[in-house]
Design a protein around this ligand. Structure first.
Ligand code: ADP
Length: 767
């Protein structure tokens, strides 16, 4: 706003200055035009005036008609020229000039009157003293002499006329012309045309003329004396002789005319003629000169005006320069305060923001656009900050350690999870090489990791991404921690930035180890169960024959006479056999009791968890199976009092059997569902459904028998062990055919806290 007002002020001043200078220049220009017109007329007037003087003199010398007319015409012309002065638009011309002009006009009139009187006197005088006649005769002589000399010079060829003769003839012509001019002057002096002492002037002219005469005499004499005279042609000789004669005659006549002019009885009025003509011209001369001076004055004044105008212009320019500079300075200050400063602050703030420093804008500009710019920047800054904060929060709250590394391998960011994992605080590692976080022997791997040469088919890669690897890292306390590292590469401003996502996998590895151990344990427990079952079977099978053997041996003993000598050894042997049979029975009994599951660790557990864990174990141990078992578990926990390991074994057995049964059918037709619920009698019921071939009718009653199997590599122990485990937990395990095809194996177990001692319900009843 202020800038606009200043600009308007400057514009007004400029326009005003420009106008006044322009007006001054215009005035001066007009004056100069007037002056030019005046001077033109003045020069014209001067010429005319000189002409009047000339014609007057000519008339005085030869007052014939022709000269009289010329005199009258020149006067008319003078007056006409004078009138041109009045036709000029004098404009601002000084009044003194006009007065002078007036005076000049009057003087012309007066001059005319006086000259007219003089002319009259001269005409009168001519009547009594016809000097014109003498002048005419002299003129004729002059013409003849000059034309004669010209004739000689022109007609004679170079060879005819010697150089000296030619030179002398030219000299004669020159001297004659000078003499003629002098004589005309003499006449005009006599008739008073010239100012000053006429008698002295008259005498001087006469002396000059006499000098020319004697010079002519001398030249003519020389001409006669020339030694090359003989070379001249007769014609030229004659011409020269006639020239000699004519000059002598003319000189005589001139002398007569001069004596006439000098005669003492010269008319008085003629003598006084000069007294009339001179003042007439003198007045006109003076007013003419005055006018000339006035014109010079006007020119000077105009130049002065121009000078002052120039000074004024220069002053105005200085003023304009000063005001303009001031305005520019002011404008610059305003511009820099309202535009440059805010812009540079915005730029500085942007730079700060980019450099991660806290940025703020202090100056608020009044220019709307700049205000908008600063506000927009502020808004952007807040958004960037909030985004940055969010990013920092995300980074800090991320479960994974996130480290960014520049192309030189130096750490740029180090989030909270990274601090926790590595034991360093961010300030300790920022800007340092990432090598401090890697054990010596892994540095090569790390290098390969960054250069992308460590590829995903590495045995340790977790398969999720081409750049996730499992290696050890080094914590601040020099502890090695196994981690999974995923590195992504970004190109920012032409330099590479690596982002490493580091996940501590020590727990996962520990869990995996535990699980492996568990599987091994399960296998061991399975083997033990099978052994126990086998031992029980063997014991059962051997007990009968051993008991029979014992009976037979005792009967044999009774039939022997203990006194008879022949029997003594038999009795001894039979007794030994009985002893051995009893020993065998004892061994079998001991074997049975050893194989019997004495390691029965009852504990309260959620059956749902047991199911989940069993499914996991099957999936881990048999990786290529599909589909994943579908779970439909009772939402509430199903707490049972069981040997967890054994129930897991049951579940694993049932799941494996189900997968075995579906081995030969197409993958998309396979399905495996595991359900847990509380039945209407308050038992926990677990059902395993499969879509396999099911159990054929003739085998239905045998599948739970020990050693019954339909599989080529089967032992036929699984189901029988399962049943005995479930029954030992006061539960029931049974099979049921599914209408849609496939098998359904179910077991029930009492809930913990319920009456565990009650006998298991009838299988059929439950089914
Ligand atoms: P094995 O698995 O070693 O054969 P089991 O006692 O676990 O011993 O199983 C006995 C038999 O019962 C199996 O050979 C099979 O014929 C039958 N059987 C078990 N589970 C299923 C099932 N889900 N579907 C069809 N048949 C089964």
């Amino acid at each position: 706003m202020v800038a606009l007002m200043l600009f308007i002020l400057l514009a007004i001043i400029t326009v005003f200055g420009w106008y006044s200078v322009q007006r001054g220049v215009h005035e001066h220009h007009h004056d100069m035009e007037v002056l030019r017109d005046i001077e033109n007329v003045f020069h014209e007037f001067n010429t005319r005036y000189q002409n009047v003087k000339f014609t007057t003199m000519e008339f005085m010398i030869e007052p014939d008609k022709k000269h009289h007319q010329a005199y009258l015409d020149s006067l008319d012309n003078l007056i006409r020229t004078f009138e041109q002065f009045n036709r000029i638009n004098h404009g601002n011309i000084d009044h003194g000039f006009l007065e002078q002009l007036d005076q000049l006009g009057k003087n012309i009139e007066q001059c005319r009157t006086e000259l007219d009187q003089a002319v009259k006197v001269r005409l009168d005088a001519e009547k009594t003293f016809p000097f014109t006649t003498i002048m005419l005769a002299l003129n004729t002589d002059n013409i003849e002499i000059l034309s004669l000399i010209n004739n000689i010079l022109l007609s004679a060829s170079r060879e005819d006329l010697p150089y000296e003769t030619r030179t002398r003839l030219s000299d004669i012509r020159y001297t004659w012309v000078r003499m003629m001019a002098e004589f005309r002057l003499l006449v005009s002096v006599r008739f008073g045309i010239f100012t000053g002492d006429w008698t002295a002037a008259f005498r001087d002219r006469v002396n000059n003329i006499k000098m020319y005469f004697s010079r002519l005499d001398q030249l003519l004499e020389e001409l006669k004396q020339e030694k090359d005279r003989d070379r001249l042609s007769l014609e030229i000789e004659a011409d020269i002789a006639s020239l000699n004669r004519q000059i002598e005659d003319a000189v005589q006549y001139y002398r007569y005319a001069i004596s006439m002019l000098n005669a003492p009885d010269w008319r008085q009025d003629i003598v006084l003629l000069g007294e009339k003509i001179r003042p007439a011209f003198e007045h006109l001369d003076s007013s003419f000169n005055q006018l000339h001076i006035k014109i010079e004055d006007i020119r000077t004044a105009s130049m002065m005006q121009l000078t002052s105008l120039a000074r004024q212009l220069s002053d105005s320019l200085w003023f304009l320069f000063a005001v303009g500079s001031l305005l520019i300075l002011l404008g610059y200050i305003i511009f820099s305060r309202t535009i440059l400063m805010p812009i540079s602050q915005v730029a500085q703030a942007l730079e700060d923001e980019a450099g991660g420093r806290k940025a703020s804008i202090k100056t608020r500009s009044s220019a709307q656009e700049i205000r908008q710019l600063t506000e927009a920047f502020d808004k952007m800054r807040r958004q960037v900050q909030s985004r940055q904060q969010r990013l920092v929060n995300i980074l800090d709250n991320a479960a994974e350690a996130i480290i960014t590394i520049d192309s030189q391998g130096n750490i740029e960011t180090f989030n909270a999870a990274a601090e926790q994992l590595f034991g360093y605080r961010a300030e300790e590692v920022l800007g340092k090489s990432v090598r401090i976080l890697i054990p010596e022997e892994n540095l090569e791997n790390y290098r390969l990791l960054l250069t992308g040469q460590l590829v995903s088919d590495d045995s340790k890669s977790n398969g999720e991404s081409a750049r996730a690897f499992e290696i050890d890292i080094l914590t601040k306390s020099a502890r090695r921690v196994p981690v999974s590292i995923k590195i992504s590469k970004t190109l920012i401003d032409g330099s590479t930035l690596y982002t490493a996502l580091v996940v501590d996998i020590s727990e996962r590895l520990a869990r995996e180890k535990e699980r492996q151990e568990h599987i091994a344990e399960m296998a061991h427990a399975g083997r033990l169960s099978i052994m126990g079952e086998m031992a029980a079977g063997i014991a059962h099978e051997l007990n009968q024959p051993l008991a029979a053997m014992s009976l037979y041996l005792q009967a044999s003993l009774r039939r022997c006479d203990p006194e008879a000598d022949t029997c003594k050894d038999i009795i001894k042997a039979v007794n030994s056999s009985i002893e051995q049979v009893e020993r065998a029975s004892e061994i079998i009994r001991k074997m049975r009791s050893f194989a019997h599951r004495e390691t029965f660790h009852l504990e309260q557990a959620d059956l749902n968890n047991i199911i989940r864990k069993s499914v996991d174990l099957v999936l881990i141990s048999q990786q290529n199976i599909s589909p994943r078992p579908e779970l439909e578990l009772e939402p509430s926990s199903l707490v049972v009092n069981v040997d967890v390991l054994q129930i897991e074994q049951v579940m694993i057995n049932l799941i494996r059997n189900a997968f075995d049964a579906m081995q030969d059918i197409a993958e998309e037709q396979r399905s495996l569902l595991i359900k847990s619920e509380i039945d209407d009698k308050g038992y926990v019921r677990v059902s395993v459904y499969d879509a396999g071939e099911g159990v054929s009718r003739e085998n239905v009653d045998r599948i739970f028998d020990t050693y019954f199997t339909t599989k080529a590599d089967g032992l036929g122990m699984g189901l029988s062990i399962c049943r005995s485990i479930i029954e030992e937990h006061n539960g029931v395990l049974w099979y049921r055919e599914r209408e849609e095809g496939g098998s359904q194996f179910c077991f029930i177990l009492p809930l913990a806290g319920s009456d565990n001692d009650r006998p298991p319900p009838d299988r059929q009843e439950t089914g």
